[in-house]
Design a protein around this ligand. Sequence first.
Ligand code: NAD
Ligand code: GLY
Length: 379
Amino acid sequence: MDRTFSKLTVEIPAGPENSSHTYPIFTGQDILSTIGPVASEYHIPEHVIIITDATVEKLYASHVQAALLNYGFRPDIITIPSGEANKTPETVRFVYDKMHQLGCGRDTALVAVGGGIVGDLAGYVAATYRRGIPFIQVPTTLLAQVDSSVGGKVGVNLPYGKNLIGAFYQPRFVFIDTKTLTTLPARELKSGLAEVVKYGAILDRELLSLLTNTIDDLLKPDVSRFPEIIERCCALKSSVVEKDERESGYREILNFGHTIGHAIEACTNYSLLTHGEAITYGMMVETHLSVNHCGLPADDARAVCSLLLRLSPPPLPEPVDVDQLYQTMYSDKKVRAGVLRFSLINKVGDATFGETPDEHYVKQSMRKVFTTGEDECVY
Ligand code: NAD
Ligand code: GLY
């Protein structure tokens, strides 16, 4: 078994609203059983709570528990139900209560073992329990490995909007075992690929070309190509977060496709589509909008949309209520002074934020994408 891992350091400088944070992202194949010495090196307290969901508990959480136990930690497991519909304040309360029963104090650490839902929720618990306790991310979905485990955004949903309750709370370290992807269902792999396409579209033309050339292989069950992609995405995300941890501007580019994607999730009760599928639709619409509003070249729009089509998100309920979606977007966190703001692309690899296209154009792009056939590119 190969126990070597790569290390990327996230270095967030102090800013007007934040103190400095430096932490490593370790990536490797089959490394879960080596988490003990790393946790020890990063001064994790002896009592550890592993937060996981029902699926990942059986697959990996007990493995992490054994690895920590072997190294002298006292790990307990708290399991939350799977699914976006459970990323709620009620589940946070459930975890607080369990932690209280388990005698957790400020000298307890949380380890999130799971996808983005576990990571976001556990991170929020860590940020708030006794005013903050140490936190480790062990992401097990592609989406969490390329995106949600890095950058410190933690939080939960409200019925009327995504991630409306939350904090910026950085982990002590991120521990990515790419072997966990071997058990990930194809649908979840595609959801993660949506965020990878996002990085290509907003920051990295070469990555988008790589995806275009290898998408057939990436959609196969063989996940051997992913470590390289994960490290590249983590580096891209870190470079953005290092410049603007608190999303006072530039970090908004990471929300390309998300203004519409989050509204789709809220309008379908967080239960029809995965987050990755919702933002796949969101990026299709916002790519169309980028052509009209930012002069995105048609060839670039075609390159992004062709990739997104290959991710084949499930159909939306017909007919799509464009007016309701538009209204729901006003719950988006980027709204300022009652004005909707979008993160769009000028060309592949060059994103812009704080764009305020007219309502007419936003609805026109939604109608165009939602009425175009499932396999047709709108360009
Ligand atoms: P998820 O956490 O629901 O995981 C998807 C499913 O895969 C779950 O059913 C889970 O049990 C299962 N699973 C996880 N790992 C597995 C494995 N290795 N093998 C088999 N099954 C496994 O969903 P997700 O796509 O990982 O995360 C989506 C969430 O991430 C959304 O709530 C989204 O808002 C959030 N997000 C946050 C950020 C951020 O910066 N904090 C960024 C992007 C997305
Ligand atoms: N996924 C958006 C962000 O981390 O800012």
